[in-house]
Design a protein around this ligand. Structure first.
Ligand SMILES: Nc1ncnc2c1ncn2[C@@H]1O[C@H](COP(=O)(O)OP(=O)(O)OP(=O)(O)O)[C@@H](O)[C@H]1O
Ligand SMILES: [Mg+2]
Length: 402
């Protein structure tokens, strides 16, 4: 059987991760090559220095190609940042053919109608995700193809992004000779790697705590319910440690990764659990380090649940909160999360992998692996279509007169 090649590039604020894989059409990708390098030229998910960002992406792609022993021609790319926003919108079409049978062409038509929601000229649509369909008013239909009716409605979640941010990212990728297969909102990708179908059915919140942003996605009834991006993540945590303990940023980052924890030290331990940690001639107290981390992470977790669009948490997300991204590596974070939010909390690690995949079994690679899973599910149904100059012109004119 012919194997299909797929590839993903997660351009994160702290690292670029390129994965080349292939598939025999099943649901598991076989990993052929992975290239992980520190990223430069990015801030809070955005390209801020074009040449530096391009250089990091090029190096990451080169390493993955070297291990896989093959060239990477096109890839699925993750995108995030404060410029991303989402709305829910409905679309309606009539089924006018004699047999009144809903066909896949009607599905495409109704999604196009929903997609035409008015969004500002400087934004473009990344995803139009159908949440639920209705045929002749009968709600809750998951797949209407093959049903009979006069009227087809769809409820969609539409995600849009700033044209300039999209352009800067895609220009970097194309600039190194790689074609953009599709752009995928990062939390949607991470969800593919770490959430179960059951969690998505019952209701679950995913928070990907990265370097520059914490990306959020809420799923309910097996479809996307809400997405948002918080501009607070591992970077701010390191900055707090650096300021609080008077260490350089680099040393604070090292300390955080090596000794960082959110596990409380028992009050009655009288200091015997408080070790002196030393690095680079500096000595810091373990208790002080973990106090700073715990306070910041607790605050972040509170902000995460405040992003929920409804406050009946237990009914909306009975499966609780799944933490992923590099920040989810902090020992004790699930316990602290459960205590702070009173929800079930677990850490999501990508596991459905085979091939040269050992390094990827870390929450930091949920987005990269998830992009591959997304690719497997959505091959051939490109969501993002780059806006042409003409489309931008028409949407500007439209805005002037509306
Ligand atoms: N063991 C660890 N303990 C604490 N923090 C960690 C650990 N490992 C990684 N991190 C933190 O995770 C963050 C990086 O996470 P990740 O790789 O998911 O980010 P990214 O994808 O590059 O960034 P973003 O998604 O925000 O663009 C850094 O702030 C790093 O300090
Ligand atoms: Mg990330």
């Amino acid at each position: 059987m012919k194997r299909n090649k797929i590839a993903a590039i997660d351009v994160g604020t702290t690292k670029v991760c390129t994965i080349i894989a292939d598939t025999d059409g099943g649901s598991l990708p076989r990993i052929l090559g992975v290239g992980i390098v520190p990223s430069h030229g990015l801030h809070k998910g955005l390209v801020v220095n074009f040449d530096e960002a391009k250089q990091s992406i090029r190096e990451s792609v080169r390493r993955a190609e070297q291990i896989a022993g093959q060239r990477l021609e096109s890839a699925y790319i993750g995108i995030t940042g404060r410029h991303v926003s989402s709305v829910n919108n409905r679309g309606v079409v009539a089924i006018t053919r004699n047999d009144r049978l809903v066909r896949s062409g009607d599905l495409k038509r109704v999604l196009d109608v929903a997609r035409s929601v008015k969004i500002a000229g400087e934004r473009e649509v990344l995803h139009v995700i159908p949440r639920t369909f209705a045929v002749d008013g009968q709600e809750g239909v998951k797949n209407p193809v093959g049903m009979h009716g006069f009227r087809l409605d769809v409820e969609t979640h539409i995600i849009s992004a700033a044209v300039t941010s999209v352009k800067n990212l895609t220009k970097c990728i194309r600039g190194i000779g790689v074609d953009v297969e599709d752009l995928v909102l990062e939390p949607l990708a991470s969800a593919e790697a770490v959430l179960t179908d059951e969690e998505k059915e019952q209701g679950v919140m995913l928070a990907d705590i990265g370097g520059g942003t914490t990306d959020i996605a809420v799923f309910k009834d097996n479809s996307i319910y809400h997405t948002s991006v918080l501009p607070i993540a591992g970077y701010q945590l390191t900055r707090d440690i650096s300021l609080g303990l008077n260490l350089s940023f680099e040393l604070a980052e090292q300390m955080k990764k090596k000794y960082g924890s959110v596990l409380p030290i028992p009050e009655n331990s009288r200091g015997e659990d408080d070790r002196a940690l030393s690095a680079d001639g500096h000595s810091v107290s373990y208790r002080e380090l973990s106090d700073i981390i715990r306070m910041r992470v607790e605050e972040l977790l509170r902000l995460v649940v405040l992003e929920l669009p409804r406050n009946d948490y237990a009914a909306l997300i009975p499966s609780g909160l799944v933490l992923t991204g590099g920040g989810a590596n902090l020992p004790g974070i699930a316990e602290l999360g459960a205590e702070t939010t009173r929800l079930p909390v677990r850490v999501g690690v990508p596991i459905s992998l085979y091939g040269v995949s050992d390094t990827l079994r870390d929450p930091a690679y949920a987005t990269g692996v998830g992009l591959l899973m997304w690719a497997l599910k959505n091959q051939g149904t490109k969501n993002w279509r780059p806006q042409t100059g003409m489309q931008r012109f028409v949407s500007k004119i439209f805005q002037l007169f509306s």
